[in-house]
Write a protein that binds this ligand. Structure first.
Ligand code: NDP
Length: 329
């Protein structure tokens, strides 16, 4: 028996969260059983732990945790053997399949990636889904060409934003970080931001669909009215990697930036990335994200902290990357 965060649903449809002992027999089907060493807190984990499973969880009881890193305990797939270090993101693990909020997880071998050389399981989860997605975003911007102006990062003090700031700065870009928390300015500058932009400045309503050509690219974790405004501030032919919707799912935008400025809106999905892309992104993040900057982002936690932290992230109160030590406590 081992500890797991279990989300259950009662006869009246009310969900509740508790740390409970479960057995290996209860784990879902899969070729590989992993002793989870670290997991994280992502926005989606907050949703899965919220009442009703946030509309993401279809079947209860459920173990959330959309990403984890650990050591293979058992494997019926020849690609993995006991003792191998692995990392998992995506494939609806933690939503449709039990995830990393337990001391052990069982998953399909196809969903795993071997831990890239030079990364520990703790560092891999400090990167986690948020950092992996930031890397995918930077790669998408590069594929379409980053222009001369600063690259804007919205939701900058959050998980996706923090890693995007550090990677872009390390690659030599000027980085403008949008935050609603002015107290995070020192933190964002230490990650490499060259300019701090107040959230209200971008959120202000402007009637004109085009403004000055300001940003050479953008990683947007916020969506909603902020994304709509940013589109009209992009340089000619520049791209926006749309990652998230922390500020809303609606997009009250005009087509003018696409028609008259050739702006590209690139959708980023980390969930269904094929193996080769995932491996490429993990290798790049291990290379292009300075590990001292990663350390600055880490908020350490243990399993019993998960219920509070998953609420905090939905309220935009988490700074950087929560790294949960699943071997402790
Ligand atoms: P975090 O909560 O860590 O960061 C989100 C940040 O957005 C906050 O820290 C805050 O930054 C800002 N923010 C929050 N609410 C608002 C608001 N109402 N208006 C403007 N800004 C706001 O979450 P993550 O970084 O983990 O995830 C960010 C988004 O990306 C989420 O929507 C998540 O679901 C999505 N995501 C998508 C993935 C994909 O595959 N496409 C993968 C991973 C995440 P600040 O305080 O600096 O203003």
């Amino acid at each position: 028996m081992f500890d797991a965060v279990l989300v259950t649903k009662d006869d009246e449809g009310k969900t509740s969260v508790a740390i409970t002992q479960i057995s290996e027999d209860q784990l879902p089907d899969g070729e590989v059983t992993v002793a989870v060493e670290y997991t994280t807190v992502n926005y989606k984990d907050g949703l899965c732990m919220s009442p009703g499973g946030g509309g993401l969880v279809r079947k209860f009881p459920h173990v959330p945790g959309i990403d984890f890193a650990g050591t293979v305990e058992q494997s019926s797939d020849e690609r993995y053997k006991p003792g191998d270090k692995v990392v998992l993101t995506g494939w609806r693990v933690g939503e449709a399949h039990w995830g990393g909020y337990a001391r052990k997880a069982r998953v399909r071998a196809d969903w795993l990636v071997p831990l890239p050389e030079g990364l520990s399981t703790r560092q891999a989860m400090a990167i986690g889904t948020a950092g992996f997605t930031s890397m995918l975003s930077v790669m998408a911007l590069e594929d379409h060409g980053i222009k001369a102006g600063p690259v804007l990062v919205t939701g900058a003090a959050g998980g996706v934003g923090s890693v995007a700031v550090a990677i872009l700065a390390h690659l030599g870009h000027k980085v403008a970080a949008v935050t609603g928390r002015p107290e995070t300015a020192d933190y964002l500058e230490s990650l490499g931001a060259t300019q701090i932009v107040a959230r209200e400045e971008i959120n202000e309503t402007v009637k004109r669909p085009l403004e000055g050509e300001t940003w050479g690219g953008c990683v947007d974790a916020v969506g909603g009215p902020m994304l709509a405004r940013v589109l009209g501030q992009m340089e000619y032919g520049a791209s926006v990697a749309a990652v998230g919707l922390a500020g809303g799912a609606g997009l009250p935008a005009s087509v003018i930036p696409f028609l008259l400025r050739g702006v590209n809106l690139l959708g980023i999905d980390s969930v269904m990335q094929p193996y080769d892309n995932r491996l490429r992104a993990w290798k790049r993040v291990a290379k292009d994200l300075p590990m001292d900057k990663l350390e600055e982002m880490i908020v350490p936690a243990v399993m019993s902290d998960l219920p509070k932290l998953t609420t905090d992230i939905l309220n935009g109160q988490v700074k950087g990357r929560v790294v949960v030590d699943m071997t402790a406590g």
